[in-house]
Design a protein around this ligand. Structure first.
Ligand SMILES: Nc1ncnc2c1ncn2[C@@H]1O[C@H](COP(=O)(O)OP(=O)(O)OP(=O)(O)O)[C@@H](O)[C@H]1O
Length: 305
């Protein structure tokens, strides 16, 4: 379990992380979401013991990260932003170096290197210098060093940043496979990543937590939650749609018309009745769950709640 209490980091007069408190339990994959400069990396650096907090505490499975750093860090695998490594080393020699730093020797070190090469599929490049690898493979090397000691906790700072769509998908699958029974915290700008891999998401703005919940709970905070979207082949009088009981607003979104609900439920059946009564036929119609990008924009624009 990770317990973060009133965590704060000030750089001079600027407060990058402000009074952040939360817990993360095994099995959870928590996504940190937030605009540039929101304080995601700074929070991760404090959780992993690479930056001392100005105030507040981080407890990793009973170990205080400041007072009991080594014991806490043994439990953590960390992929820092940009996945730094030693470019002139080969994948294998870099992992050998990490194994030694982690205190593994001989057969045990060999076994762990083989397992992490296998887990993140680095077999084909194991003898290649890291600086000659593609971004996707470099990221995988970063993941391999993070999982080498089979940590209970994985902290991954923008693990798919700069990767092409295929590589992104691959790294997401790796994270899902690695996450069983572990605590995983990832930071990302990519909202689809939250729905793809996270069981929980936290939106951070100006160093403060502004939302925290499952992806579905966050989507439900959007004004598009339970909105009805329709596509017609022919032009439709939007007055007719805005007159339907429970419609707060009609949005024209390209080929689609989206009916934003007021607080009433059951909008879809009223829309269907109104279409039938007016003899109108929608080519496509669906009820939206809500949009994370809308929640993200609203929450981060408003700043703190
Ligand atoms: N060592 C430092 N000295 C001064 N300011 C810093 C330092 N490190 C970070 N900051 C500032 O703290 C704020 C938060 O930075 P941080 O890197 O944590 O944001 P982030 O949410 O990870 O952003 P991004 O999404 O761009 O990676 C930024 O305004 C940054 O400029």
């Amino acid at each position: 379990m990770i317990t973060v209490k009133q965590l704060t980091k000030a750089f001079g007069t600027f407060t990058a992380v402000n009074n952040l408190s939360f817990e993360v339990k095994p099995g959870e994959v928590l996504g940190f979401l937030g605009p540039n400069g929101a304080g995601k990396s700074t929070t991760m650096k404090m959780i992993t013991g690479f930056l001392a907090p100005s105030a507040g505490t981080v407890n990793i499975d009973g170990h205080d990260i400041v007072k009991d750093t080594i014991a806490a860090q043994r439990l953590i695998g960390y992929l820092p932003e940009g996945a730094p490594s030693y470019g002139e080393m080969t994948v294998e020699s870099f992992l050998q170096f990490i194994a030694e730093v982690r205190g593994f020797k001989g057969e045990e070190a060999k076994r762990r290197i083989e397992t992490s090469i296998q887990k993140v599929e680095l077999e084909s490049v194991r003898l290649q210098p890291i600086e000659t690898l593609s971004k996707g493979f470099k990221r995988r090397v970063g993941l391999a060093q993070a999982v080498l000691h089979d940590p209970k906790i994985l902290i991954l700072d923008e693990p798919t940043d700069g990767l092409d769509p295929n590589q992104k998908q691959h790294v997401r699958e790796l994270i899902q496979n690695l996450s069983k029974d572990k605590i995983v915290i990832i930071s990302t700008h990519i909202l689809e990543e939250v729905t793809a891999v996270c069981t929980r998401a936290m939106i951070i703005a100006q160093g403060t937590k502004v939302a925290d919940g499952t992806p579905a709970e966050l989507q439900a905070m959007s004004r598009y939650h339970n909105a009805v979207s329709l596509r017609f082949n022919d032009a439709v009088d939007t007055e007719l749609l805005s007159a339907i009981e429970g419609v707060a607003e009609v949005l024209n979104e390209g080929d689609w018309l989206t009916l934003i609900p007021d607080n009433a439920t059951g909008l879809l059946s009223r829309v269907n009745q109104a279409l039938e009564a007016s003899n109108l036929h929608a080519e496509e119609i669906f009820v939206e769950r809500g949009r994370l990008d809308d929640v993200f924009r609203t929450m981060t624009r408003e700043g703190t709640q």
